[in-house]
Design a protein around this ligand. Structure first.
Ligand code: ADP
Ligand code: MG
Length: 346
């Protein structure tokens, strides 16, 4: 009997392989696998569903992630996928598998964070499941949202000539993780030393307490802007550009000078001897939005704070390219996070 290692396909290849023989049977399934969330037709309104699994040792390290922050972030990253459809999250379910290493008090902390996120984003916790596990902590959250059918935005609507827009700033969450990992190493080597994290607050807060861009979805509604395609930036800008291009059947030109970064993140990158743009392109966990707009809509976004134009959608034959600050053109590479291996997402 043949035995193929799961690493052979990479994360996205594996999903495609496993789900290849599942045709859509229900007319109400408007979108199945392949976007930030699935979409179910309920008439004028659609139900939007997204689910995520967080595993201790793979997605989080309790050596430096407080349980309260973990609960908050676990909810927020799911809500981010609902907003990325231009929909509004309404409910969540939370399932946990845990070893007896965790006390009731520890779980109370986790749920304090979950409660804080439910309050901040006005979503209801409506169910879940609880089980013991031989080791560690695993959290699975499903977010359910609602969107108007003709206002939902998918990954596949980008057209040549559309402008590429990014909200907020990128790279800081990855740099925050580098700081926390470094402090963990130092602490293990010199247990008495208290870390000095004062000037790294921004990056650490971006890593430990990300927010989903609900405000942007509200702005789109207010200014009557419907992006042509949208995705949340969870794996790094490069990987998300690839998703939009692949699903829309287009190419792209990204300008390095248009990629927004916080000054603290730029300085930190240099301190870590990393290229700031590489942190933004491949870092991940920023939970900002990447979206494309029809150029006729440029006046709607030009003067909005926290929305930056970072390039243009091209024909597929033009490829996916990065124009560096020095003016050189390179093919864009998507490393992203791949929990099975380190190869590119494409
Ligand atoms: P995101 O990064 O936005 O959370 P993922 O990359 O995790 O999305 O997943 C990509 C798509 O594949 C989504 O539509 C997701 O629902 C689907 N998917 C992931 N894993 C599985 C699986 N084991 N079985 C079925 N669908 C899956
Ligand atoms: Mg997503």
């Amino acid at each position: 009997m043949q035995r193929t290692d799961v690493n052979t396909f990479g994360e996205f290849g594996l999903i495609e392989h496993l789900t290849r023989d599942f045709p859509i049977r229900q007319p109400s399934t408007l979108k199945g696998i392949g976007d930030d969330a699935a979409v179910i037709d309920n008439g004028a309104f659609c139900t939007v569903v997204s689910t995520d699994l967080l595993v201790e040792g793979i997605h989080f390290d309790l050596a430096y992630v407080p349980l309260k922050h973990l609960g908050y972030k676990a909810v927020v990253v799911n809500l981010s996928d609902i907003y990325a459809m231009n929909a509004i999250p309404k409910q969540i379910t939370v399932s946990i598998a845990l070893s007896n290493r965790f006390s009731v008090e520890a779980l109370d902390e986790l749920y304090e964070g979950i409660r804080a996120a439910c309050n901040a984003y006005s979503v209801d916790l409506i169910g879940g499941d609880t089980t013991s596990a031989p080791k560690g902590l695993t959290i699975s959250i499903t977010a359910i949202g609602q969107g108007e059918k003709n206002r939902l935005v998918y990954r596949n609507g980008a057209k040549p000539g559309d402008l590429i827009c990014i909200t907020g700033d990128l790279g800081a969450a990855y740099l925050g993780l580098q700081i926390l990992e470094r402090e963990k190493r130092l602490y293990l080597e010199h247990p008495g030393v208290q870390p000095d994290l004062e000037d790294q607050k921004y990056a650490i807060s971006r890593q430990l307490k990300p927010e989903a861009r609900r405000d942007m979805i509200e702005i789109f509604q207010k200014i009557d802007l419907k992006p042509t395609a949208m995705i949340d930036i969870s794996d790094g800008l490069a990987s998300e550009i690839f998703h939009i291009c692949r699903q829309s059947g287009v190419g792209a030109l990204v300008e390095e000078s248009g990629i927004p970064m916080h000054p603290d993140a730029e300085l930190l990158a240099l301190k870590f001897k990393l290229d700031p743009a590489t942190c933004a392109l491949n870092g991940g966990e920023d939970y900002e939005l990447l979206f494309t707009i029809n150029p006729a809509d440029i006046e709607k976004v030009r003067f909005l704070p926290e929305i930056y134009i970072a390039g243009e959608i091209l024909e597929a034959k033009d490829g996916i390219r990065l124009q560096t600050k020095g003016g050189n053109l390179h093919p864009l590479k998507a490393q992203g996070w791949n929990h099975f291996n380190e190869t590119a997402a494409e």
